[in-house]
Design a binder for this molecule. Structure first.
Ligand SMILES: NC(=O)c1ccc[n+]([C@@H]2O[C@H](COP(=O)([O-])OP(=O)(O)OC[C@H]3O[C@@H](n4cnc5c(N)ncnc54)[C@H](OP(=O)(O)O)[C@@H]3O)[C@@H](O)[C@H]2O)c1
Length: 199
């Protein structure tokens, strides 16, 4: 494997034990690099120090990050990853489809909410959320983008995030999403407008 991720911080297991397991996976040739997922900034610092000591090549963090979910800005992960020169790959950058035009006029029969309510449920689409989605959709149109394109551009707007991990149910969605390559900059006013819509 290229990258072997540890997917959750585990308070029941000493960090040395988990990092030791990751290092042995690389040392035995089963993976080239190690990644961490869903860590916070403070635990990342400790984990990175242990992996450095073990001479284990740890390169990237996989965390949820979107216009709607700023947890990594609040728990120190984004800042710490930048300081340690580790990458971040953002998952659910489209908030599972809410940061797209999918739900603007109701719940389509082929959408994630209608087909697979495990992770995204109808009750996530509160009237407040829907009005935020509509306002963001208008702003995206002013930028000449779809809402999905703007949401992905937003995640990649600074140098902290290495890549975005998108989901898609149709090839057209991927073709839409890849249009953002080279179009990830925002004016200060646009960023302020986004923040004022969602906060
Ligand atoms: N490390 C972790 O703990 C963790 C946790 C969760 C996920 N992940 C990873 O992250 C990946 C992505 O997560 P996610 O699927 O939640 O990501 P997402 O990109 O936020 O949401 C994907 C959904 O957005 C909709 N969509 C995508 N592009 C669109 C477009 N251009 N226009 C309109 N709708 C569009 C589709 O919804 P419809 O299906 O309704 O069409 C698609 O299924 C997962 O596959 C998984 O590998 C990792």
């Amino acid at each position: 494997m290229d990258i072997f991720y540890h997917h959750r911080m585990d308070p029941e297991t000493p960090l040395e034990e988990t990092m030791g397991a990751l290092a042995s996976i690389v040392a035995s040739g089963k993976a080239l690099y190690v990644g961490l997922s869903n860590y916070d900034g403070a635990t990342l610092i400790q984990a990175a120090a242990i992996l450095k000591e073990l001479k284990c090549p740890f390169i990237i963090n996989q965390n949820r990050y979107s216009i709607f979910d700023r947890t990594i800005e609040q728990n120190g992960l984004k800042e710490t990853a930048l300081a340690l020169k580790k990458g971040i790959i953002a998952f659910s950058p489209l908030a599972q489809g809410m940061l797209t035009n999918r739900y603007i006029d109701g719940i389509p029969a082929d959408s994630r909410i209608a087909k697979d309510g495990r992770y995204l449920k109808e009750n996530a689409l509160t009237p407040e959320k829907l009005s935020q989605i509509r306002a963001l959709n208008n702003l995206a149109a002013e930028r000449g983008q779809t809402l999905a394109e703007m949401a992905l551009s937003w995640v990649l707007k600074d140098n902290a995030v290495t890549s975005v991990l998108i989901g898609a149910s149709k090839p057209e969605q991927i073709l839409d999403n890849i249009k953002i390559i080279g179009h990830t900059s925002f004016s200060k006013e646009e960023l302020q407008k986004i923040d004022s819509i969602v906060r």
